[in-house]
Unconditional design. Structure first.
Length: 99
C-alpha cells in the first residue's frame, strides 16, 4: 500500500472517531455558542498539525530532547488544567470555564 494511501486512511480514521475535539464542537453547537468560529478554528488547527507532521517536524522534535520535554510538560499542564475545570463544572453544574 502506498504511503499516500496509508496517510489518507489514517487521516480518515482520525476524522471519523468522536474525540474530545468533536465532542467540544458538538457541545458548542448544542449551546449555540459560536459553532462556526469554533469549527473553523479546529479545522485550521488540524490542517496546520497535519502539515507539520507531513513535513517532518515530529522527527525534529524527537531529536531535540529539551524541546520535547517542554512540549510534553505544556501538554501535561493543559490536560491537568482542563480536567480540573471539567471536574469542577461537573460538581457545581457550571458549564463555563470562568465561572
Amino acid at each position: 500500500m502506498g504511503i499516500f494511501l496509508k496517510g489518507f486512511l489514517l487521516s480518515l480514521s482520525l476524522i471519523v472517531a468522536i474525540g474530545a475535539q468533536n465532542a467540544f464542537i458538538i457541545k458548542q453547537g448544542i449551546t449555540r455558542n459560536y459553532v462556526f468560529v469554533v469549527s473553523g478554528i479546529c479545522f485550521i488547527c488540524d490542517v496546520i498539525l497535519m502539515g507539520l507532521g507531513i513535513f517532518g517536524v515530529g522527527e525534529f522534535l524527537a531529536k531535540n530532547k529539551v524541546l520535547n520535554l517542554l512540549i510534553a510538560s505544556a501538554g501535561i499542564l493543559f490536560v491537568v488544567y482542563y480536567g480540573f475545570i471539567s471536574l469542577k463544572s461537573a460538581f457545581f453544574q457550571n458549564y463555563g470555564f470562568y465561572g
